[in-house]
Design a binder for this molecule. Structure first.
Ligand SMILES: [Zn+2]
Length: 249
């Protein structure tokens, strides 16, 4: 086992991978940790939280169980299954719920395209972290006291032009101190515009469109997003304009 933090997060280094043979290395209550995992927890490290993955886990010589939850705590990734906790040293055959992952990846790329369109067309600053919610939906909140239908239509139209361009989407790792040069700033009302950990930052680049620090999952080309719709939009009492976007299931 390579004791490098990135080697354990297979969705970052081998995003196409659907199965893994992993070993249980630690138990804490009814949760366990593996030497490497396919399953992405919900993470706020890059200010782009995405619903966690699901899947199944076979304990070698035993039963098949549904993954109930995967979460990050203290920099480690913990799993719970709907069965007894497999003991340390168990070999587990893990299978990703691919349909769930693909829908979230399409929604996440779609969210980047809308954010890029909003940035290009000088949208108000983000008041919350943009988030992939599941069901093909994502949520973006900007500072505004009214819904500006005209601006929203222009952002969606621009985002759709990026989908039509079928641009390549690629993930890479860049040095933290180079991030400010090579990446696009996100206009958050508060906090870091180039979010991510120290050292090395994972960047997701849509060719010719945008490059954001991101630990989410994505499609390979923008055409796979298919379309981008606005499911709901309203202004909260606090002056946040909430936009729920959706990619078709
Ligand atoms: Zn992202």
């Amino acid at each position: 086992m390579v004791d490098d933090d990135r080697s354990k997060r297979l969705w970052l280094i081998e995003p196409k991978r659907k199965t893994s043979l992993s070993e249980v290395i630690e138990i804490q209550g009814d949760a366990f940790r593996m030497d490497r995992t396919l399953f992405r927890p919900k993470s706020r490290a890059y200010r782009h939280p995405q619903r966690s993955d699901t899947g199944t886990v076979w304990v070698k010589g035993g039963d098949k169980h549904r993954l109930v939850t995967v979460y990050e705590q203290g920099g480690q990734i913990w799993h719970r299954i709907n069965g007894p906790v497999p003991p340390v040293g168990s070999e587990l055959q893990c299978h990703l719920d691919q349909e769930h992952r693909v829908l979230d990846s399409r929604a996440h790329t779609g969210m980047h395209l809308l954010l890029a369109a909003m940035h290009q067309l000088e949208a108000p600053p983000l008041v919350a972290d943009p988030e992939v919610k599941g069901g093909g939906r994502f949520r973006v909140e900007v500072r505004s006291w009214r819904v500006d239908e005209e601006a929203l239509a222009a952002w969606v139209q621009r985002a759709r032009s990026f989908i039509d361009a079928d641009a390549r989407v690629e993930a890479s790792f860049v040095a933290r101190d180079a991030a400010h040069h090579g990446l696009d700033e996100q206009r958050f009302e508060e906090g870091e515009g180039f979010p991510g950990p120290g050292g090395s930052v994972r960047a997701v680049t849509v060719e010719g469109v945008c490059s954001y620090p991101c630990d989410g999952t994505h499609v390979d080309r923008t055409g796979e997003v298919e379309d981008l719709l606005i499911r709901e939009t309203h202004v909260s009492d606090g002056g946040a304009w909430v936009i729920i976007g959706e990619v078709p299931a």
